[in-house]
Design a protein around this ligand. Sequence first.
Ligand code: BGP
Length: 463
Amino acid sequence: MKKFPEQFWWGSATSGPQAEGRFNKPHANVFDHWYDIEPEKFYNQVGPNTASNFYNSYKEDIQLMKEAGLNSLRISIQWTRLIDDFETASLNEDGVQFYHNVIDTLLEAGIEPFVGLHHFDLPVELYHQYGGWESKKVVDLFVKFTQQCFALYGDKVRYWFVFNEPMVVVDGQYLYQFHYPNIRNGKKAVQVAYNIVLATAKTIEAFRSGGWDRDGQQIGTILNLTPSYPASDRAEDLKASRIADLWKNQLFLDPAVLGEFPSELVELLTADGVLWESTEEEKILIKQNTIDLLGVNFYHPSRAKEPSIIPSSASDWMPNQYFDDYEMPRRRMNVDKGWEIYPQALYDISLNIRDNYGNIPWFVSENGMGVSQEERFMNAEGQIDDFYRIDFIKEHLEWLHKGIEAGSDCRGYHLWTAIDNWSWTNAYRNRYGLVSNDIRTQVKTLKKSGYWFKQVSENNGFS
Ligand code: BGP
């Protein structure tokens, strides 16, 4: 039996925009808006309007999560649901009550709420008015929203997370065009990355100066880490992999944990003429407001080879002018996503955090397997026999366990996700849940993995 540390968090991650549905929301976020104007971008034209109906069925859903053995759950508070007026951060009463109800129901079920404050769900008005994360004005409006969250729920919530996967905001909105406003502008991408780091530090500052850590509450952030491996040991590939790591991982990890950006990256951006605009005062703020707890979303590694893009001018600047993605031959893939399955990377992440980031407490905040047409695996009893998901989780847990044995301070494993939910432009194509969701009827049923996860959670390990 592989045992995990005591009080290990066996849980799952969800997000407001992917689970709740748009019911009673006073504002649209960037995805709501994108679906309104270009539904054809979304798989099967399924949008976020109903999602998994969590707004209406949170009580029953939380019951199912309990049946799947979760002792913790990450939700996210939607800025577009909680706030009526973004300038003053005035509250929307229905939103306020909804998140009270969800948090109370989780606590009653013995499930620790982990609360995220931004899960790709920027209010679209703030993009149209100010350019969203390009603007430091939006940074300050965001901090006001987070202060409302702390004031409302700070006595009940012990674990807060400022951003989910900031690199995906940068990649999706400003570089590789898979999130609204899907533009391509390297210089803006760099400023957005910086502004998100600044927003993280300012939120942490507000949390601590407001005394919301008075009973040991902690604040962290959630980063998608994709450790970079070179395609070969040729100098060109090694260099490409080093820069990929700096950009994809250290850009957010270093300021979050160490309080400063990696100097190698700053030098490179300066030499290329695309470094962000910042002040000395902000630098100090970032230095002083690092996280208590790190969430790591891990799906796949990154493999890099010598780049093929040669920019013709600084205005064409793109980070991938320094690295090309390299695809391993015969790699195993997370079905339909093209993501390489490489669980050993979790061990490498464990050691990296132990050795280079002061062994900060961390947990796997997302990991999971997306599978399309899962009804293929439905057995005679109407249950989805997702043996492949059990194998996938086990493999990852085995490598994580080795990392913990080596002394890395990992406190939990959250699967993406508890109940099949709506997923950005993929809509409901790839299913990740421990619980299936028939989106025509909203009937939700535990999969085989749900029963298995319960045993793992109860035994605090598996054999
Ligand atoms: C992460 C996000 C989640 C979730 C997951 C699965 O990047 O934090 O919100 O969506 O990936 O990816 P996808 O939904 O694109 O299949």
